[in-house]
Design a protein around this ligand. Structure first.
Ligand code: 5RP
Length: 231
């Protein structure tokens, strides 16, 4: 399905893909914006002979990267990533805190972003917010065992209507890591660091989708062109 924002997603994605240099280990994000970046890297490999290896953040991105002709590697061979490029569901103006994971890949995305020397985020103009949680729920990846208890602990942190994410067919969504994702609606989050500490302390939580102080740079593409934000 095409999205009217595709043109902007593509602009941001291509700009980020053009930051990649030969010899780099590249973190390959997940989602529709990241898909344009994968496509562009494939193009550069074919047309310019760009020599890179990639570490994908999901099974879906792995398939897309293979299809684009990007050679893949893993953390057994490379502990550090030179440049990770990924989309986001929300970007907080100023701090550049993110919400990620509406595509369900938040755990691998956070592992890859954490290992990256530089983490570039690519978004269209719908993603900037004044406070995280304004529009998107915070996805939380949890261990299936005892998820009902984990959901109650999350509710005690202020999350409303905590429910397991469903897949496209209305079945239970299972992450690439075999876990469940609980979408937590907090509303606008005044103190994301404090909330992140509380969620991190809940038994059964594997990881949450707030990426705090992680983005090195955000490329926001709109009708007016690309804005480049740094923290
Ligand atoms: C997947 C993600 C994506 O980066 C995020 O959902 C943005 O996706 P899109 O570019 O399709 O809007 O975090 O887990």
């Amino acid at each position: 399905m095409t999205d009217p924002m595709d043109v902007h997603k593509k602009t941001a994605a291509r700009r980020a893909a053009d930051m990649v240099k030969s010899g780099m280990v590249v973190g390959i994000g997940t989602g529709s914006t990241a898909a344009f970046m994968i496509e562009r890297l494939g193009e550069r490999i074919r047309e310019e002979g760009l020599e890179i290896v990639g570490i994908p953040t999901s099974d879906d991105s792995e398939d897309k990267a293979v299809h684009a002709g990007i050679p893949l590697t893993d953390f057994a061979a490379h502990r550090r990533i030179d440049l990770a490029i990924d989309g986001a569901d929300e970007v907080q103006r100023g701090s550049l805190h993110l919400v990620k994971g509406l595509g369900g890949a938040l755990l691998r995305e956070k592992i890859v972003a954490t290992a990256a020397r530089k983490f570039v985020v690519i978004v269209d103009g719908r993603k900037p917010v004044d406070l995280l949680g304004e529009r998107a729920p915070v996805p939380v990846e949890v261990i299936p065992f005892g998820w009902e208890c984990t959901a109650e602990y999350l509710a005690s942190c202020g999350a409303r209507g905590v429910k397991p994410r469903q897949d496209r067919n209305g079945g239970l969504f299972v992450s690439d890591n075999g876990n469940m994702v609980l979408d937590c609606h907090f509303g606008p989050i005044e103190d994301p660091e404090a909330l992140a500490r509380k969620i991190d302390a809940i038994v059964g939580v594997v990881e949450h989708g707030m990426f705090l102080n992680m983005a090195s740079e955000v490329l926001v593409a709109t009708e007016q062109g690309i804005e480049r934000w740094e923290p």
